[in-house]
Design a protein around this ligand. Structure first.
Ligand code: LRY
Length: 234
């Protein structure tokens, strides 16, 4: 097992992402967010875009899992969809590259196989972002270094769920030999524990830690619910 993968074991990976239009967008802010995550005990950072990866690499000593979200007109795939994004991440010094490993058509008729081939030729580590067990098994057969449940609930053929897809983690763990990372809609520490009980190798938490507008929304909704229920009892 590679040293980077070893560092992830049994740990919390914090996804520090703010897209253009989000209040915290910008590499400097994301680097501070990553520093806070490091102080809090994260074992690695997941980050979007070469600029953020570079800034975060400078700010923290943790491994950085990079991805580039880019939407092309001819495909639904937007997480590191082509070789171009892989090259950007390699140049930025990402320690591992997260790529969409779903069965959906890729931009320009490209393939998952060619991306993984490229990664192997450059000794780059790959995290396969999948949405189903079949996709996880296929990605593992191609030789990715780990699998993450990132896209479960975000493809038209995977179940839309409010919370994390914990059953999927357990299923994948039973079918592949590479580490399986739990990612997507983890909101509570108890869900982190449950993911590990189900065999996760590591857990990624993003929005619940690093998107303050969404964190605020949950509390604001609780406030509204409280007011409504208090009125109901008057
Ligand atoms: C589906 C998709 O595009 N997921 C992205 C992948 O990098 C991010 O927007 C998520 O924040 C990340 O996966 C962590 O998940 P959550 O924020 O739910 O903890």
């Amino acid at each position: 097992m590679t040293p980077v993968i070893e560092k992830l074991q049994a740990g919390l990976i914090v996804s520090c992402q703010a897209l253009p239009g989000e209040p915290l967008h910008g590499a400097e802010v994301m680097a501070k967010m990553a520093l806070a995550a490091q102080e809090g005990g994260a074992v690695a950072i997941r980050a979007n875009g070469a600029a953020d990866v570079r800034a975060i690499k400078k700010a923290v000593a943790l491994p950085v899992i990079g991805l580039v979200k880019r939407q092309y007109e001819d495909s639904e795939v937007y997480i590191t969809p082509t070789l171009r994004e892989m090259e950007e991440l390699e140049e930025a010094g990402a320690d591992m590259i997260a790529i969409d490993a779903t069965h959906r058509p890729r931009p320009g008729g490209g393939s998952l196989e060619e991306l993984i081939c490229f990664a192997k030729s450059r000794s780059l580590l790959c995290m396969a972002d999948i949405s189903t067990l079949e996709e996880a098994r296929y990605a593992a057969s191609l030789g990715v270094h780990c699998i993450s449940t990132t896209l479960s609930g975000y493809t038209s053929y995977s179940p839309a769920m409010e919370g994390p897809h914990l059953e999927l983690i357990q299923e994948i763990v039973g079918h592949v030999k590479v580490p399986v990372i739990a990612e997507g809609r983890i909101q509570e520490p108890s869900q982190v524990e449950e993911a590990f009980r189900r065999g996760a190798y590591a857990v990624v938490v993003g929005s619940a830690i690093t998107r303050p507008q969404l964190i605020t929304q949950r509390f604001a909704e609780a406030a509204r619910r409280a007011v409504i229920s208090n009125h109901g009892h008057e």
